[in-house]
Design a protein around this ligand. Structure first.
Ligand code: 6PG
Length: 226
């Protein structure tokens, strides 16, 4: 794993937005489509806003989510709404968005439809940006998750699974480890000492969901600031 340090959240967001934009431009020099998968939560808001200002062929970029809470897109907890508000505007308004939520009572009910959606993406993903919680979860790989073993299995044939876990809040839907670490460029964005200490512990062998990502993607680029 490689550290990229920022002085503050704004500087970090700008640095990561430039790196991701350059990855997308490089992808579009080689292929006529690029695919980007972003995490939700609070940390990536500034990054998304910076990325939305980057000039590139956004109409050739498909954006999806690393994971989603199983709530309608207009729900305040929906990552889809976060992405529409902070990324799909300015230059990036022309990107194509593939949401993970479908009109179904549960993620288990909607899973087949979501799988079909993910199967339409140009794979491997070009860029993935992960976040991390204080419990060492990433994506919706929450400790105690009912599908955690399957989601973290490097050989799972699944590209997307449902997830229910004690501290996940709503039922979730999440891309799986192989799909995420199989991306051409992999980033982890986190801030603060608490999360850094969890990541350092994971790097030293601590057992967290993020540990599986560190093991499967040793070239992960981590962006961190105090
Ligand atoms: C989500 C995210 C999740 C997030 C971490 C960190 O849906 O919540 O995908 O994996 O990256 O929970 O979230 P914060 O940035 O809000 O701390």
């Amino acid at each position: 794993m490689h550290w990229n340090f920022g002085d503050n959240p704004e500087n970090l967001a700008t640095e990561l937005a430039h790196a991701v934009a350059n990855d997308l431009r490089a992808a579009l020099r080689s292929r006529d489509a690029a695919t980007l998968a972003l995490s939700g939560g609070n940390t990536p808001k500034q990054f998304m806003q910076c990325l939305s200002l980057q000039k590139l062929d956004w109409d050739k970029v498909t954006v999806t989510l690393v994971d989603e809470r199983w709530v309608p897109p207009d729900h305040p907890r929906a990552n889809a709404g976060l992405l529409r508000k902070h990324l799909l505007r300015e230059e990036a308004a022309h990107a194509h968005f593939v949401p993970l939520y479908v009109e179904a009572p549960t993620p288990e009910d909607g899973l087949a439809q979501v799988r079909a959606r993910i199967d339409t993406l140009a794979l491997p993903l070009d860029v993935v940006v992960l976040g991390m919680g204080d419990d060492g979860h990433t994506a919706s790989f929450f400790p105690g998750g009912d599908q955690l073993r399957n989601a973290l299995d490097p050989k799972t044939p699944e590209r997307v699974v449902s997830m229910r876990a004690p501290h996940a809040g709503e039922p979730r839907i999440t891309l799986t480890l192989p799909l995420l670490v199989g991306a051409r460029a992999r980033y982890l964005l986190l801030t603060g000492d608490s999360k850094r200490n969890v990541l350092l512990d994971a790097m030293k062998g601590g057992d967290y969901p993020i540990s599986a990502v560190l093991e499967a993607a040793p070239e992960l680029q981590t962006y961190w600031c105090p």
